[in-house]
Design a protein around this ligand. Structure first.
Ligand SMILES: Nc1ncnc2c1ncn2[C@@H]1O[C@H](COP(=O)(O)OP(=O)(O)O)[C@@H](O)[C@H]1O
Ligand SMILES: [Mg+2]
Length: 263
């Protein structure tokens, strides 16, 4: 929120999208500021992953526009599109690590694809990225040798390989136990602090939402769009919409102030 006055890095205007004749989101508009930890929240099936797919170019909107740094992504020509794609990293829900490749090879992939760096330089960057996510020295491990939390870290290292301005996450704490999930949240905060990365995080994990989100949009399946927008703590306290209140106030005491239990 500290940069709420700076120009938006992402602007979504009247975005409509879906699959075939099925409309999932209708005329959705919002923007994301630099360095913001921006959450897309809501119950299962409300369109969070669908929105993410539109933002990263995997799904073409049927109407509306997505712009990055003031330039349309939806209408962009191939060259501009490639430049925009290079400016963000994505951490997929299932991590999408190649099981036949070591961590070093996985993290090196975007560097091979998008840069002309020498093998030696790539190795240096891979080591740095693995260190940044707490996996120093894990170059030669294969994904199958990693715990769930370590796989997420490895996927984050790969998402950070090209020093992206924006990182998109789909359910970063899905399938993680509470302690590992909290460690992942800490890592996300640390990356934002040290690298200044803008983060767009799809989640229905309340603990992470309250720990991390500067601002969130709340999607609803029936409404096919945003039914609330703001800081989650404020929404939980002040929203008059029962869908928003009920979602954000599940087990409120233990989730909203996770540190108080130990005091
Ligand atoms: N590939 C697809 N083809 C058709 N319908 C889909 C596809 N993916 C998702 N949907 C539908 O779109 C809606 C939103 O799904 P999704 O974006 O995955 O929700 P969320 O990520 O919020 O759980 C759901 O009704 C889902 O069944
Ligand atoms: Mg999803």
């Amino acid at each position: 929120m500290q940069n709420a006055t700076t120009a938006p890095v992402i602007e979504v205007q009247d975005l409509t999208c879906g699959y075939g004749a099925t409309v999932v989101l209708q005329k959705v508009s919002f923007s994301v500021c630099a360095r913001e930890l921006f959450f897309v929240i809501g119950g299962s099936g409300c369109g969070k992953s669908t929105l993410l797919r539109c933002l990263i170019g995997l799904l073409k909107p049927t109407q509306g526009d997505v712009a990055y740094f003031g330039k349309s992504f939806t209408q962009s020509e191939a060259l501009d599109r490639r430049a925009i794609l290079k400016s963000f990293g994505v951490l997929y829900q299932d991590n999408a690590l190649w099981s036949s490749m070591t961590l070093a090879e996985n993290v090196s992939l975007p560097l091979e694809e998008h840069t002309a760096l020498s093998r030696r330089d790539r190795e240096e960057i891979v080591a740095l990225k693995l260190t940044q996510v707490g996996l120093a020295g894990a170059e030669d491990l294969f994904p199958a040798e990693l715990s769930g939390g370590m796989k997420k870290r490895a996927a984050l290292a790969r998402a950070l390989a090209l020093d992206p301005a924006i990182v998109f996450f789909d359910e970063p704490s899905e399938g993680l136990d509470p302690i590992t999930s909290r460690a992942m949240d800490q890592l996300i905060l640390q990356v934002r602090e040290t690298l200044g990365t803008t983060m767009v995080i799809v989640s229905h994990q309340l603990s992470s939402i309250f720990r991390l989100a500067d601002r969130a949009i709340f999607l609803d399946h029936a409404a096919k769009g945003i039914i609330a927008e703001g800081a989650p703590n404020e929404l939980a306290a002040t929203s008059t919409d029962p869908r928003v209140r009920d979602f954000l106030n599940q087990d409120a005491d233990s989730l909203k102030r996770p540190d108080h239990s130990s005091k």
